[in-house]
Design a protein around this ligand. Structure first.
Ligand code: SUD
Ligand code: ADP
Length: 290
């Protein structure tokens, strides 16, 4: 096999709790994450020479060794002493620096795909462990689906798929730095989510329970520095969402909606006033092994 197409779906955080700041500078987390049907598409191809080449149509992501997809290929190549190279073409559909883990998902897709092309026969668990060396969210993205993530994000326990619904994503034209959001979090002021209630609701297929327990401690930080994001969340509630939350460090805000007509109303209400708006389904299930 010389060429492979892989999908790299975006994630949302249904719940995000920060327990404490660790001595290594990272924050100890408890998150419930799930993948949605908004995905980058990557074309991977073996090269006879020793290079890793990134092609991307967008100027928002680097096309050199700073690209997380490059880092993933390089990690495999160095660790397993691989002589051939890789050409990676990224069709970028996930908004960049949005709290949707687009870069992490691209890296995870390269790990899964190059594992096949280079015939490395690594398991998903082994790929997820390698992924943690690239970024905290990469391990989750290797598996996809729905999971509880602990540690700095890399300790993954799979969960069943939540009941299906629409996810309306709205990304304002604001750049948010994940590192800065964590840095400005005041742990004395945090109202912690009830992670167990969210996990129970998912196990029970309880859509209302999931809606009632959507919670993200990073919202307070991003809302303080970018009040527009809070206004967007309030508007999405007014437009008829069942529940609304900021994803990750933001600035994307997502709404869960079950009825098609409500989704349409929300989507139409947001278009024209928010920079990027998407209506997609939850994916829920794990990535296929490719
Ligand atoms: C907030 C979250 C929630 O899913 O997502 P995004 O908003 O990035 O999508 C993640 O924790 C982001 O994960 P990721 O973007 O992979 O983070 P990394 O590259 O590993 O780290 C970026 C920076 O965030 C901070 N960081 C990250 C993870 C963590 N558990 N504690 C931290 O303090 C550190 O300052 C680190 O230098
Ligand atoms: N393949 C990639 N796709 C997106 N961003 C990338 C990629 N490689 C590196 N980056 C860099 O990573 C940063 C965070 O990107 P992204 O994963 O989209 O956001 P987030 O961490 O908020 O979910 C951006 O500043 C971007 O320049």
């Amino acid at each position: 096999m010389l060429k492979l197409l892989v999908k790299a779906p975006a994630k949302i955080n249904l719940s995000l709790d920060v327990l404490y700041k660790r001595t290594d500078g990272y924050h100890e987390l408890e998150m419930v994450m799930t993948t949605v049907d908004l995905a980058d598409r990557l074309e991977l191809e073996l090269l006879n020479d020793d290079r890793i080449v990134i092609h991307s149509q967008t100027r928002f992501v680097p096309d050199d060794d700073r690209n997380l997809a490059y880092k993933a290929a390089k990690l495999l190549k160095d660790r397993f002493n691989i002589k051939s190279g890789a050409s990676i073409t990224i069709e970028k559909n996930i908004p960049v620096a949005a709290g949707l883990a687009g870069g992490s998902s691209d890296a995870a897709a390269v790990l899964r795909g190059m594992n096949k092309l280079w015939d490395l026969r690594l398991t998903l668990d082994e790929l997820a462990e390698l992924g943690a060396e690239i970024g905290s969210d990469v391990s989750f993205c290797v598996y996809g689906g729905t999971a509880l993530a602990k540690g700095r994000g890399e300790i993954i326990t799979p969960l069943p798929p939540p009941p299906n619904c629409w996810v309306v994503l709205a990304k304002p034209a604001i750049g948010v730095s994940t590192a800065e959001v964590y840095e400005h979090l005041n742990l004395n002021e945090v109202i912690h989510p009830n992670t167990k209630a969210m996990v129970d609701a998912i196990y029970q297929g309880d859509y209302r329970g999931i809606c009632a327990n959507l919670s993200n401690v990073l919202e307070s930080v991003t809302f303080k520095y970018f009040p527009k994001v809070k206004h967007l969340k309030d508007d999405m509630k007014r437009f008829g969402a069942d529940a609304v939350l900021m994803s990750g460090s933001g600035p994307t805000v997502f709404a869960l909606v079950q009825h098609d007509s409500r989704m349409q109303r929300l989507y139409n209400g947001l278009r024209g006033y928010c920079h990027q708006v998407y209506a997609v389904r939850l994916l829920g299930k794990r990535n296929e092994f490719s």
